[in-house]
Ligand binder design. Structure first.
Ligand SMILES: Nc1ncnc2c1ncn2[C@@H]1O[C@H](COP(=O)(O)OP(=O)(O)OP(=O)(O)O)[C@@H](O)[C@H]1O
Ligand SMILES: O=P(O)(O)OC[C@H]1O[C@H](OP(=O)(O)OP(=O)(O)O)[C@H](O)[C@@H]1O
Length: 313
């Protein structure tokens, strides 16, 4: 099969090929009924039930492909989008004829939360980002780190200097090892639980970017209706993941108190039973469900059931 020709007329959708965002992204695609079969080692998969082709790329490259309009949609980390934007801004300041590239945020996907933080040895002499001016910093986020220190240097020394005084060294992984091995005085890297940072004897002294996985689109997608359809489906899956369906029976006289506890997304569904009781069914935020059940019990609810929601629109 001529793969390039088979992309004709299809919306191109870039997804992380591996790493931290891969599994949750594939889950989301499944929930949105985007059906595909990826051949072994092939980075392009044609979607069976929609005119879409999935392109499997490293998360760090997705903002470039979407920003240049080579693909229409992408899922990546907000940190990667900001890093790409900072790189484009830096390139434009050096060469105004460099290509303009930038994507548009469609929505936050509520997974892959982490922070890009400035980290230093726990027992060292550095307490603030400013203390690291003129030192050596290891990072995979070179452009954001340069932007961060350029700002600090400008604040510390008046006008922005022509050349950065702080030395930025690009590392492609296991960045936390750089301080212990004397490669860098500090690092700028991602922190989620903080376990990797603490294990390396480091502490965070500042946050450069707060990140979460995002859906981004090019500034001129090939099929805006299809972009909207995918966005609506993904939004439905995310909402469904955030809520559960709570069902219970309660005496009609207590319904006002109960529906105050479970007001639903718009309104609860109330069905009359015989004998002066009603059955109520209502969407409740997953993280609040235990407290809601306690409160429902207190106002006399019985037969409380909590059900997963697979999708919603
Ligand atoms: N510990 C983490 N917790 C949550 N999200 C993370 C974490 N580390 C990274 N991410 C998110 O996942 C994105 C991709 O990171 P990841 O380290 O998986 O990169 P990769 O280059 O695809 O994989 P690898 O590091 O194996 O080459 C990051 O840009 C960030 O948005
Ligand atoms: O705060 P934590 O929960 O410990 O997570 C943070 C770590 O996760 C990421 O690395 P990853 O494990 O993806 O490997 P990498 O070093 O190859 O990027 C990130 O670069 C940190 O090292």
């Amino acid at each position: 099969m001529d793969l390039v020709n088979s992309l004709e007329g299809r919306l191109l959708f870039a997804v992380p090929k591996k790493g931290r965002l891969n599994a949750a992204t594939l889950n989301l695609l499944e929930g949105a009924d985007i059906q595909f079969r990826r051949e072994n080692r092939l980075d392009i998969a044609l979607v069976k039930n929609l005119p879409i082709a999935l392109i499997f790329l490293p998360a760090a490259d997705i903002p470039t492909f979407v920003g240049q309009g080579r693909v229409d949609l992408g899922i990546t980390g907000w940190d990667q989008v900001k890093e790409h934007d900072a790189a484009v801004k830096a390139a434009a300041s050096e060469d105004p004829s460099s290509p303009v590239s930038g994507s548009e945020m469609v929505m936050d996907l509520e997974f892959g939360a982490c922070k890009l933080q400035v980290q230093v040895p726990e027992k060292g002499q550095y307490a603030t980002g400013t203390d690291l001016i003129g030192r050596t910093i290891g990072t995979s986020f070179v452009s954001l780190t340069e932007e961060y220190f350029a700002q600090l240097e400008a604040q510390a020394g008046g006008a922005a200097p022509q050349k950065l005084r702080t030395k930025i060294i690009e590392l492609s992984g296991s960045v936390e090892a750089a301080c212990a091995l004397g490669v860098a005085d500090g690092i700028v890297d991602l922190v989620e639980s903080g376990e990797t940072m603490r294990a390396a004897g480091l502490k965070a002294i500042d946050t450069v970017v707060e990140s979460v996985a995002v859906l981004i689109k090019s500034r001129s997608p090939s099929n805006t209706d299809l972009v909207d359809l995918i966005a609506a489906r993904i939004r439905g899956v995310i909402t469904a993941q955030r809520y559960v369906l709570c069902q219970y029976n309660i005496e009609r006289s207590s319904i006002a108190a109960a529906t105050q506890i479970t007001p639903g997304k718009r309104a609860p569904t109330v069905t009359s039973l015989d004998d002066g009781w009603v059955a109520v069914s209502s969407m409740v935020e997953k993280k609040k469900i235990a407290l809601v059940m306690d409160d429902l019990k207190r106002v006399g609810a019985q037969d409380i059931l909590v059900l997963d929601i697979h999708n919603t629109r």
